[in-house]
Design a protein around this ligand. Structure first.
Ligand code: HEM
Length: 478
């Protein structure tokens, strides 16, 4: 059975079923009717395996682990990992709705993301909660409004065109790396406002070296964030981080002196808090790093999965090529042109290959979520992965079908690759715009040829990426 791209053997529970999907649907319905099992501490039941085993399964086999847990315990289940509060995973719409409806006082996402603080900084919107989170989010939202996307579109197109021209045809390439190059350059231009040149090269070098060290999911465990000297991975990361901070402080000082442009750094330099005070250099630096970390690998991963899907679904590739020919002929991709099929394709890609497996919140007070009473201090999560593969909401969830998103909207709380509520991804419109433009530029010129049809999912820090970076070959078009 293929679970969100993780091709695994059918679970022991479904192995005997002739039709695993119908079997799972019946089983989930029975679980709802019977009521979920309860653990001795009153939380919903969950795997009894050792907490270390649960942590390893969560980090390295997320899809199969969650899927098998759901089969056994239903849509509300508790995972237990060392050093962390119990994590209650809810995948039914009523519970997801209740979690996304929280106003940020009863549930803290920043605390749940705290392990990311050393990467992002203390002012990062991702690790803050309550009024401080609201204040930073208010400052960050204006540059990401849908109406501003056209301002970034030309940079997205020009960077994609320059990249595609460098790619070799007929040789096996590591797609994820190519996509990372595109998304990093787009952030350097549109967010940091950096043009080609020595400054940009130096910044890119530092960021790439730092980000590659962080690919390792073990750094999501506090115990592994230890400085054992300049040669140890975390020690190297800390030294690179200090260098990156110096480079960014110099960039911000230069831009304060020399004036601003159309990029997001410029907007932040002019932004003011509610009391009229400007953002400090440290706040701006932490938010720029946050946008880089949150927006670079995620979008590169979405693009890589989309190219994987184009490489194994020639009928969809032809349809996308026809749409592009009709929209642009042989001319350049015009940002802002509607491409409904390509957009639906990207959305279906993010359903079947969610880049982030789930979102988490920490309870600040005793809370009842869709009938389940939970104490303060427990973590609650919405496993995007499970919801996108729920056969009661997505018929034949393992079938890749962009039609699901053409002229239709998904049922409420059944699709949220960008999370939800007051923590919903700030870069959603940016990422979808970028995916549309980059895919349009690539498919106008090249066809992706699959090297292997079956691609496993591999965790890189918080993202679920194609294993081996997705080896592919390009064939030039016409
Ligand atoms: C395909 C690409 C992307 C995916 C799948 C994605 C997904 C997510 C998810 C799941 C969250 C957590 C939401 C929650 O807790 O409910 C999030 C938060 C966030 N994302 Fe994205 N993201 C993507 C691209 C981007 C881009 C391009 C940017 C900016 C350049 C960005 C900036 C952020 C920020 C700043 C937050 C924190 C919001 C907050 O805590 O208030 N993301 N994203």
């Amino acid at each position: 059975m293929a679970l969100g791209g993780q091709h695994v053997a059918p679970s022991p529970w479904s192995r005997s079923a002739k039709d695993p999907e119908a079997w799972l649907t019946r089983r989930l319905a029975r679980r709802v009717a019977e009521g979920a099992p309860t653990a001795p501490d009153g939380l919903p039941g969950g795997p009894a395996s050792h907490p270390v085993a649960q942590m390893l399964a969560f980090l390295f086999m997320l899809g199969p682990f969650l899927e098998e847990s759901r089969v056994r315990f239903g849509s509300r289940l508790t995972l237990r990992m060392p050093g962390l509060p119990p994590l209650v995973q809810f995948s039914d719409p009523a519970a997801v709705k209740a979690i996304f409806a929280d106003d940020g006082e009863g549930m803290h996402a920043g605390e749940a993301n705290d392990v990311l603080r050393p990467f992002l900084g203390t002012y990062s919107v991702l690790v803050l909660d309550g009024p401080r989170h609201r204040a930073q989010r208010r400052l960050l939202l204006p540059p990401f409004r849908g109406s501003r996307m056209r301002a970034y579109g030309e940079a997205m197109r020009d960077i994609s065109v320059a990249a595609v021209e460098r790619w070799p045809c007929g040789e096996t390439v590591v797609t994820q790396r190519l996509m990372q190059d595109i998304t990093l350059d787009i952030i350097l231009r549109t967010v940091f406002g950096m043009e080609d040149g020595a400054d940009q090269d130096r910044m890119r070098g530092l960021l790439v070296s730092g980000l590659r060290i962080l690919d390792n999911p073990l750094f999501l465990i506090r115990g592994f964030q230890k400085d054992w000297g300049p040669r140890s991975p975390w020690g190297r990361f800390l030294r690179l981080r200090a260098q990156t901070h110096r480079e960014m402080d110099a960039l911000i000082a230069r831009r304060r002196r020399e004036g601003t442009g159309e990029d997001i750094l410029s907007i932040l330099l002019g932004a003011t808090h509610e009391d009229g005070s400007p953002m400090s250099d440290e706040e701006i630096r932490d938010e720029l790093l946050t946008l880089l970390v949150a927006g670079h690998e995620t979008t590169a991963t979405g693009l890589s999965w989309a190219l994987h899907r184009f490489s194994i679904h020639p009928e969809h590739l032809r349809r996308a090529q026809d749409e592009l020919a009709e929209a642009f002929g042989n001319g350049p991709v015009e940002p802002g042109t509607a491409l409904p099929f390509l957009d639906a394709f990207a959305r279906e890609t993010l359903r079947i290959h969610p880049v982030i497996g789930g979102v988490g919140r920490k309870l600040q007070r005793p809370t009842t979520i869709a009938g389940v009473a939970l104490p303060k201090g427990v973590m609650v999560g919405c496993p995007i992965y499970l919801v996108h593969f729920d056969p009661t909401r997505w018929p034949s969830p393992e079938r890749f079908d962009p039609e699901r998103f053409l002229e239709k909207s998904p049922a409420p709380y059944s699709y949220f690759p960008f999370g939800g509520g007051i923590r919903r991804c700030i870069g959603e419109a940016f990422a979808l715009y970028e995916m549309r433009i980059a895919l349009a530029v690539i498919l106008q010129r090249l066809e992706p040829i699959a090297v292997t049809r079956r691609v496993r999912t591999q965790r890189r820090n918080i993202t679920l990426t194609p294993a081996g970076g997705l080896p592919l070959k390009w064939r030039a078009r016409g």
